[in-house]
Design a protein around this ligand. Structure first.
Ligand SMILES: Nc1ncnc2c1ncn2[C@@H]1O[C@H](COP(=O)(O)OS(=O)(=O)O)[C@@H](OP(=O)(O)O)[C@H]1O
Ligand SMILES: Nc1ncnc2c1ncn2[C@@H]1O[C@H](COP(=O)(O)OP(=O)(O)O)[C@@H](O)[C@H]1O
Length: 314
């Protein structure tokens, strides 16, 4: 069977993934038509599945590209009536070419004191050193301006996450690597942010640090106030935190497994990072890294983060 001379049926789908072309490596065995038939059916099923995934991916992409945009008619979105989406000939892909990077959102979630801002800054610094443009949306900082009207009640937290999700999406559209670090305690709110972006343009990073460790760090003294009842509805104390079930990246401090609460300098310097390969639904690799060699993970394979060697600002 020869695939040469035929154009791919769908753009972006390689010949090898099209139905009807199989290669058999075991050519020396005597021909067993029954076994060969089973082989063919199996291969066809696998190819069909792959093709389906490719087509779904393309449909997703188009759906995401046009989500909420009605190009010819006036629309009503929420309370905004009679609005119309305006296209510009300079698109995301053009800006990405200019910046030589892929616009995406890295969403860091975890308890207060789990190290979200620290990781965000380290990542941003390393990207800067590599010549990549990033921007951090830190929950604490955004609440100083855009979200200053929001409290820590569940509905206000949801609105906080929605707004930051929308802003992050704009940054990604601008071609930035947008690093959002917020407690974002509810799965539903985070899932909504994920759904705003095409598949793989949203990388969820879970700071898997136990409450006890965060509470021992307590850099702002907030846990102490919460335990004393002076702050009500503090995440982890008297307000919920729903850990992600399928984050692409999981980060934890070594202290979680060493059983120490006050960590030594060496432990402070070490974090573990797991890349969660969602396509295989299993942990792909576990890496032990010094804090200085944090992550270099952009536009690589199944998820957008890579764990590189990079020097830390002393
Ligand atoms: N009740 C309560 N619960 C949790 N956190 C509180 C609360 N009150 C104030 N803070 C401070 O607000 C920071 C978290 O803001 P976020 O916007 O990330 O929170 S959320 O995503 O809306 O849940 C958080 O910052 P981080 O410690 O950086 O997470 C706290 O400094
Ligand atoms: N891997 C780590 N080991 C030990 N301490 C850490 C680590 N990462 C961050 N910290 C410290 O924990 C505290 C909280 O970190 P921060 O990044 O502000 O957390 P968050 O943004 O989640 O509230 C800070 O004092 C920071 O220096």
């Amino acid at each position: 069977m020869n695939a040469s001379g035929l154009k791919p049926a769908l753009p972006g789908i390689s010949r090898s993934k099209r139905l009807g072309f199989f290669s058999f490596s075991d050519r020396n065995k005597p021909f067993d038509s029954k076994q060969r038939g089973v082989c063919l059916i199996k291969a066809a099923m696998e190819e069909t599945q792959t093709l389906k995934q490719d087509v779904n991916g393309m449909v997703d992409k188009l759906a995401n590209r046009h989500a909420g945009k009605n190009h010819n008619q006036l629309s009503t979105i929420g309370n905004s009536t009679n609005i119309k989406w305006h296209e510009c000939p300079v698109e995301k892909i053009d800006r990405e070419k200019l910046l030589k990077q892929k616009g995406c959102v890295i969403w860091i979630t975890g308890l207060s004191g789990s190290g979200k801002s620290t990781v965000a800054c380290a990542l941003s610094h390393m990207l800067y050193q590599r010549g990549n443009l990033s921007y951090i949306l830190d929950g604490d900082n955004v609440r100083h301006g855009l979200n200053r009207d929001l409290s820590f009640k569940a509905e206000d937290r949801a609105e906080n996450i929605r707004r930051v999700g929308e802003v992050a999406k704009l940054f990604a559209d601008a071609g930035f690597i947008c690093i959002a670090c917020l407690i974002s305690p509810y799965r539903r709110d985070r899932a909504e942010c994920r759904s705003m972006l095409p598949n793989r343009d949203f990388v969820e990073v879970f700071m898997d640090v136990p409450l006890q460790v965060c509470e021992n760090r307590d850099p702002k003294g907030l846990y102490k106030l919460a335990r004393a009842g002076k702050i009500k509805g503090f995440t982890g104390i008297d307000d919920p935190y729903e850990p992600p079930l399928d984050a692409e990246v999981i980060v934890w401090s070594k202290t979680k497994y060493s059983g120490q609460h006050k960590c030594s300098q060496m432990h402070c310097e070490s974090i573990h990072i797991h890349l969660h390969d969602l396509s295989l639904r299993r942990m792909q690799c576990a890496s032990f890294l010094s804090f200085g060699s944090l992550m270099e993970l952009i536009n690589c394979g199944t998820c957008n983060l890579v764990l590189p060697r990079a020097s830390r600002k002393q």
